[in-house]
Design a protein around this ligand. Sequence first.
Ligand code: TRH
Length: 386
Amino acid sequence: MSQRETWDLFCHVVDNYGDIGVGWRLARQLAHEHAFHVRLFVDDLNTFRSISPQVNPRLTQQTVAGVEVLGWGRQLQLDPGDVVVELFGCHLAAPFVERIQQRGAAHVRWVNLEHLSAEAWVEDAHLRPSPQPGGINKLFFFPGFTQATGGLLREADLLVRRDAWQAMPAARRIALRALGLPPPPEHAVAVLLFGYARERLDDWLRSLAATAQPTVLWICPGPLREAISAWLHMDLLPGQTTVRGSLTLCALPFVAQERFDELLWAADLCVVRGEDSFVRAQWAARPLVWHIYPQRDDAHLPKLQAFLDRYLDGLDADLADTVTALWNAWNRGLELDAVWSDFIAELPRLRRHAERWAARLAQHGDLATQLVRALRDAGRDAPPLV
Ligand code: TRH
């Protein structure tokens, strides 16, 4: 009788929700679509609970949606599974590493899943092994946007579900009502807002309120909402809506990760951030603004440009300029009014572009399947991949 493979995923939550967001998505996909026994070790179950309310932070061992969820310390008591995946270079406990080494390359495959980047060097680094003490290799696996990378997380039924949802006339109204929010005003541009703190929001909000074009902002919890509350001189609570001229401001609750896609699917424009929401907005096939995770010495700006180079490749120059101007202004904390209205004026063309981009990305294999294939191809005692 064949035994299910056990996959151990390790997630250290550095900050926010992206680390566990990616870990949880990958864990579920490996369990549901590849039928592995998945053990997800997490060092911050409270943050985990924000995106998956079924998680009980007091339990160091529990099964949620077919995935075994374990506290970080449980690695001290357990033997490694058939595959060990470190997310984003997190550090495993020394005794667990020793046990990986004792079991050896014939019994454990070891992977480091890296951050997403559109930079060219990623293709070269993808699937490179890193020799570890004890003669075992750790494989470097890089997500990415091209055939020569590990691809992007995408559940097998995601695009079918998206299309079915978007084809349902009442879907948006129902989703909003479930969150306690009214339907958007007629002809309003609906913007899903999930970004980091930035300067110069006040003039932008003032101009949205003053312009003829109605806008509704669906504002996720976080620093942007705090800044908007300060501008409003009121605490905007989840489910609450307030109007300033042409601008309707709605405060969203933090929703379970399974529901987050619907917010993106419902919007005309998605302002997203980090890694996971950025990828999901691309699968939503909606115009987007990427608020990239800010790094010291502006190390994030070349990464932003690397993505723009790919995303805008082949697009009409005027449209490419419009996107570049808004993304740069958003990320550099510059004035938004003019670049925002130029972008909004082009939403129909940008939507067609977003649909083409999502379709193009979908031609590549999804990340989970590519990871499974890379390990299968590598074999248990195969020589290092280069
Ligand atoms: O939260 P993020 O900023 O996360 C990260 C982290 O900062 C991380 O350390 C860094 O490495 C990475 O960015 C680049 O953004 P991200 O990646 O978009 O993750 C957000 C997750 O939260 C995503 O899985 C969607 C989920 N989410 C919900 O489930 N419900 C919600 O209501 C919202 C707003 C988000």
